[in-house]
Every structure is written in C-alpha cells, then in structure tokens.
Design a protein around this ligand. Sequence first.
Ligand SMILES: C[S@@+](CC[C@H](N)C(=O)[O-])C[C@H]1O[C@@H](n2cnc3c(N)ncnc32)[C@H](O)[C@@H]1O
Length: 181
Amino acid sequence: MKLESRVLHVLERIGIRRGHTVLDLGCGSGTYTIPAAKIVGEQGRVYALDKDKEALDELMQKAEATGLRNIERMETSGKLEIALTDESVDVVLLFDVFHFYYFPQASDRRRLLGEIYRIMKPSAFMSVWPKHMKSETEDEIKNADFHLEADLFAMLVHEDRDLEEGKILNFRKGSRNKDKH
Ligand SMILES: C[S@@+](CC[C@H](N)C(=O)[O-])C[C@H]1O[C@@H](n2cnc3c(N)ncnc32)[C@H](O)[C@@H]1O
C-alpha cells in the first residue's frame, strides 16, 4: 500500500470526515495535511501551522501540484498563540510535536493546550501521536481539561518516509462525566 493511502486510512479511522475544519499543528511538509485535505474536500478546510517556512513551502507546492485549494498556510514564529477564532475547528492534529524537545517548559505546554482548547468546537476532538512524548505529558493533557476518548494502534509515517507502528490518542474537551449528562 502506498504511504499516502495508509495515512488516509489512519485519518479516517481517527474520525476526520468530509466538511471538517482541521488544524494540523506542527504540520511539517504535510505528510498528514495533504491526505486530511483530501478527506475534508472542498467544503472543508485544513489549517497548516508550522514555524518552519521551508517545510510550509514544500507543503504548499505539493498542494498546488495535487490541485488542493482547501489548505491554508499559517506561518508562526513559534509563539503559543493560534490565530484562529474561538470554537472554530472540528479536529486538531498534534502529531509528533507535543514533546519536550519543542516545548521544554511545562508552562508553554499548558499555554499551548489552552489555545487548542479555545479554538476547538465543543464537539471537536484533538488527535495526538505521542511520538517522543514522555508519559507525564498525557497527564498534562488531562489536567488541561481534556479526557481521553479512544486510543488506537496504527501504522504511521515518520519524517515523510519511514513506516512504524504507533498509538494515536483521541481527546475531547471537558471531563468524561460532563459528556454523560
Ligand atoms: C517532527 S515534525 C512533525 C511533522 C508532522 N506533524 C508529522 O507528523 O509528519 C514537528 C514539526 O513541528 C513544528 N513545530 C515545532 N514547534 C512549533 C511551534 N511552536 N509552532 C509551530 N510549529 C512547531 C516543527 O517545525 C516541525 O515541522
């Protein structure tokens, strides 16, 4: 199976659907952004946020070559604010980015989670590939008022080329109990 077909399959399994608005935070050159844009289609949108301008250039070239017009480039200096309005996205992808290498300070990780929470619709989910993540970061996510809804094992693409098995964690806003009422 081609790498992109595998990624499409994984993104469908985690719950991305036609019409969704997705934020791919730390998207790199678009291993997950391009397939996500194909799934959400013309009615949907994928925000591609990264501090690496060259990776974003590469991503946008791929998008153009594929004829995709639903990807919005979002360049950042690495600051922890996300230039999107409150409760505006259905899905946040946090793949291989929420770890100590990029966010060494716990206060920065907290702030980033606060921003993600702010921009997520009440029905949204955040999908995390905890590659390189330490075990305590899962607790940090829960302490930021998310709950783990599901985890699934999948074959994932690392650095745009290597296939490896990994676990994806899907979080929703609020505590699990709040959902039941
Ligand atoms: C290891 S790559 C993962 C890329 C992609 N998510 C994937 O799984 O293929 C991590 C990416 O996060 C980006 N990144 C790190 N810190 C960031 C920040 N504060 N804001 C935006 N992007 C950031 C890096 O530039 C890099 O492109």
